[in-house]
Every structure is written in C-alpha cells, then in structure tokens.
Design a protein around this ligand. Structure first.
Ligand code: MN
Length: 250
C-alpha cells in the first residue's frame, strides 16, 4: 500500500514524526510531502501568485514552499507520476480540528485535496489544550483507528476527520463515530500593537471556547474523552434549502 503523508504544521513538526512512525507500521511504502513551514489556518488555499519549490530531504521525504493543498497537489503530480497513492493521511495536527474548525484547517484541507483526486483521505488531529500530554493519545490509538479504515470503500469526495482527546493514552475511553458540531460563535481575541515604524497591527489569537455540546457531535465525543471519527463531505450544498430557494426564483 502506497501512503502519502502530509500536514499543515510543517514537515519538521513533532506530529509529522509521530505520523511517520505510525505509517511505518502500516506500510513500507510511505512518502512524505508537506509544507516547509507551518501553515495552520491556511484552509484550502492554493499558492497562485508566486512559484513554489519542491525540496528533497532524503528517504522519500519532501517539503513544498507553499500550503498544505500545494503540497498534496505537487506531491501527486511530481512524486506519484506513475500512479496515485492508495491513501493520504494528513497530520497529526497539533491541536483539535472540531466543528467549524474544519473549514479553517490546513490539515483537513490537505486531506480534501486528496479526496478530490479520488484518493481515500484521513485527517488526524490531537487535541492539546496545553494539558501536557503531547501526542500520547494519538500515538497509542492511531493504529486502532486506521486499520479498520484501510480496506473501507470511502464515498467519493469525502474525508475521515479523526480527533484524539487531550488525555493520557490509558484514560482515552474509546472511539465514537460522530457528526460535525458547531462552535458557539467566537472568533477569539484580536491583539493590537504598534510595529517598529509606528503603524498599528492586529494579531488573531485562538482560545478555547465554552460549547453547547450537542449530542452525537465531534465536540461532545472529545469532551467526553473519546476519539472522534467524523465523515466529512466536500459537497457543502444545503440540500434541504434547494426547494424553497428555487421557489423564490420560479
Ligand atoms: Mn496545524
């Protein structure tokens, strides 16, 4: 099985090393193609206004001077010219990707790029919440999560979004298949400062948000100490609204 690994935290991120160790237990044909620098929050962006470079680091490891989406794109066209990989795994993200995070997430967008190319794609994220457990839950549980998915026929244009709770491995309560939740509206903080030339700047911060934990959601599962597995689809159409909208324009 040929596996392509990517992420949005950059090729040198600790979560990539964890993911490489896990992937090595699943296959001996693993390629890494990830952004050279951290790209968290890059979403599904493509670099269109400047060239990008593909750098070889040895041992089938490559970095791209661009976004997670660039990395998957370039990896597929330059490193897999002879045929697509069988699986793309994106992560392991340093931090959760739950609820509306999925639209900001470079981790999930990289997996989406794989799904668009017709490749089964899984995004892995480790909730951290500064609790000091690092990637322990993901390290201990990722193989249990991934093995049942390997021979599964995934629907086209879908991504499996996996989040590990911020717990020591032995305190993880199990695995729940969930639906996407929604954050109570909050955009975190905006810090204002003045640069060395006297001009104001703004810096977005992210904080934990208190949530209304709807039953069956990814937010609830991770909050309850479970690993959350959510199937996401790229079709963002709100199908139920098509009828009412069409009537307005009839
Ligand atoms: Mn990230």
């Amino acid at each position: 099985m040929r596996i392509l690994l990517t992420n949005d935290d950059g090729i040198n991120a600790p979560g990539m090393a964890v993911l490489e160790a896990i992937a090595a237990r699943l296959s001996d044909d693993v390629t890494v193609c990830a952004p050279a620098e951290e790209n968290s929050g890059a979403g599904h962006s493509l670099t269109l206004h400047m060239p990008v470079r593909l750098r070889e680091h040895g041992g089938r490891r490559y970095s791209v001077t661009g976004t997670p989406t660039d990395s998957v794109n370039l990896g597929l066209s330059k490193l897999f010219a002879g045929g697509k990989p069988d699986l793309i795994i994106s992560g392991i993200n340093n931090g959760e990707n739950l609820a509306d995070d999925v639209t900001y997430s470079g981790t999930i967008s990289a997996a989406m790029e794989g799904a668009l190319a017709g490749i089964p794609a899984i995004a892995l994220s480790q909730a951290t919440r500064d609790r000091g457990h690092g990637f322990a839950a993901a390290e201990a549980w990722a193989e249990k999560v991934l093995r049942p998915l390997l021979d599964m026929q995934m629907a086209k244009r879908t991504v499996i979004n996996v989040n590990f709770p911020a717990l020591p491995a032995e305190e993880v309560r199990g695995i729940r298949v969930t639906r996407q939740g929604f954050h109570d509206y909050s955009r975190g903080s905006v810090v204002e400062g003045v640069d060395p030339r006297g001009r104001p700047y703004y810096w977005f911060g992210l904080e934990d948000v208190e949530h209304t934990l709807d039953h069956g959601t990814d937010l609830e599962a991770v909050n309850d100490g479970y690993i959350s597995i959510t199937p996401l689809q790229l079709d963002l159409t709100h199908h139920a609204a098509i009828g009412a909208l069409a009537e307005r324009f009839a």
